[in-house]
Design a protein around this ligand. Structure first.
Ligand code: PLP
Length: 363
């Protein structure tokens, strides 16, 4: 097998663990546990382990194979499936997970039957759609009826609670009012079934704002958190929160220079379309020094999602397997074989950890 050193992403597992500890502590102070969401790093078991060591009480993903990897790696926390199950994956949901988010009666019935067949108990959280318009019950009467059916008629399922998701499709903010609505739904269900629910799962990283502001409704007792631990960038970038208590440099993407030359900045000849059928704007800045990297869009997605750490280094374009840097103002005398470091965000993190061309190195 071909042995390649670059491109690579270096992952600092100690930083990741400390990030988990920081968030777990802040949430624990409010009586909230964190399900650590591992899909941002494509479910790398080492990252799942850092979540577990940092105090997360469950390991969560939208994808079964990632939970299976974590299980095979010996992580012993309960596994939570985040994406409401595909009917075709019901047997694997029962086999591989302890708890799942749900929004369809037919799927709940199938889970119940399958749990009986496999002689396992499976827990379910019913999802309420509060306006973000992805998964969940819009009609809360229907949701309450379904909750009652699970409680009284599905002996192999346990109704563990209710949850919601915000800020994924509809860009809806996790305000105190929205989370109060979720608590209302939970209390309607509790009144119907005559007991308290174990979990009221108030959303993802975007709900951490309510924890940091101290106005999260008291009965919210679980959040499902990925980005806020893995990267801790979004709450600062989009909402201005001070995240300096977190490591924002858990990952370093490293790529190798394969060419350095002075070239014109404006293409020369008749302009048509680039490798992806688009025609970007090319600004003529005269002749400048450029470096070409052995990494491309196939590896990280979009050039907007990688950020050179070094001053005077700017990404000006890319194709599938090449990235072009302007290095005219870089202090370092760059040459082929030199390595350039990048910060990454959630969008590029999912690509680089999912790409077999990118080596994953733990530091
Ligand atoms: C991805 C996902 C999360 C975690 O989202 P982050 O923004 O990374 O915290 C939580 N809940 C559900 C249902 C998800 O799909």
């Amino acid at each position: 097998m071909v042995k390649q050193l670059y491109p690579r992403v270096e992952i600092n597992l100690e930083y990741l663990k400390e990030n988990a500890e920081q968030m777990v502590k802040r949430c624990a102070d409010k009586g909230i546990e964190i399900a650590g969401v591992i899909k941002g790093t494509t479910g790398l078991p080492e990252c799942a382990r850092a979540f577990a060591e940092g105090g997360c009480t469950m390991i969560a993903s939208s994808r079964l194979e990632q939970l299976e990897d974590a299980r095979n790696a010996g992580i012993e926390l309960p596994f939570l499936l985040l994406r409401v199950p595909m009917p075709s994956e019901v047997p694997e949901v029962i086999r591989l997970t302890d708890i799942s988010l749900n929004s369809e009666l037919s799927v709940l019935k199938a889970l119940n039957e399958e749990a009986g067949r496999q002689n396992r108990k499976h827990e379910v959280i019913l999802m309420a759609d509060l306006g973000d318009l992805r998964e969940g019950y819009w009609d809360k009467n229907e949701m309450t009826d379904v909750a009652e059916q699970v409680e009284t008629g599905m002996e192999h399922l346990e109704l563990a609670g209710v949850g919601t998701n915000l800020g994924c499709y509809g860009s809806i903010l996790a305000t105190k009012e929205k989370l109060d609505e979720l608590v209302d739904v939970a209390e309607r269900i509790e009144a119907r079934i005559g007991r308290k629910l174990r979990y009221i799962s108030g959303g993802a990283t975007s709900s951490l704002m309510r924890v940091l502001d101290g106005d999260i409704p008291e009965r919210i007792n679980m959040l499902r958190c990925g980005e806020g631990i893995l990267l801790a960038r979004d709450l600062e970038l989009f909402y201005g929160y001070d995240m300096s208590f977190m490591h924002q440099d858990v990952y370093t993407l490293k790529a190798e220079i394969i060419e350095v030359k002075e070239k014109p900045t404006h293409p020369v000849g008749q302009i048509s379309v680039d490798a992806f059928g688009h025609t970007p704007d090319y600004v003529d800045r005269g002749i400048r020094k450029r470096a070409l990297l052995g990494i491309g869009k196939v590896d990280y997605g979009s050039i907007e999602d990688i950020f050179p750490r070094e001053k005077g280094v700017q990404v000006i374009g890319a194709s599938s397997d090449h990235t072009i840097l302007d290095v005219e103002e870089c202090g370092r005398d760059l040459k082929p074989g030199d390595i350039v470091d990048f910060d990454i965000n959630y969008a590029s993190l999912v690509y680089v950890t999912n790409c077999r061309n990118v080596q994953i190195v733990y530091v």
